[in-house]
Design a protein around this ligand. Sequence first.
Ligand code: FES
Length: 164
Amino acid sequence: MENNTELKNYISELKSVFAEKSTIIMPALRFAQEKYGRVDDDIIEEISRNLNIPPVKILSAARFYHFFTEKAQARYRIEVCSSISCSLLGSEHIYDYLKRRLSQPGSGGGKNEFSVNRVGCLGSCGTAPAMLINNVLFENLNFEKIDAIIEGIKSGKDIDKILG
Ligand code: FES
C-alpha cells in the first residue's frame, strides 16, 4: 500500500471537528480523489480503518457518485458540453480542436496529462459553448480562448486564474 499519510492526517483533523464519523466519509473520499486522482481499494480500506466503519459503507458511497473513480484520472480533466445550446454554438468543433491540439507532439498532452470528454449540460447555456477543466467553468469558448487556456496550464497558472 502506498503512503496515505495526507489522507490519514486529513481524517484525523475532521475527527476532531465532527463527532459523527459517517459525516466524514464524503469529505475523505473527495480529498482522496483530488489528492491521489482516484478512490481505489487501498483508499477505501484506509478510510474504513481510520473511521472504524465497514469498507462496504465507504465503497457504496464512492460508487454512488460518478466523480469518484477507481483508476487514476488525467491531471487535467476537460469536459466539453455537448448539449443543445453548446452544440448549436460549435462545441463539437471545440471538442475536436482540443483533441487535435492535445495530441500533437510538444502540445503538453503527455501521458495522463489531459483527458477530453463530452458531457451533458453544465448549466451555463447562456454562455455557450462551455467546458469544465477540473470543475472550473470556461464559457463563450472559441479557438483563441482554448489556446490561451492550454498555454496558461502549460505555464503553470492556477486553472481558475488562467483567464483573469
Ligand atoms: S447546453 Fe451547454 S451548458 Fe447547457
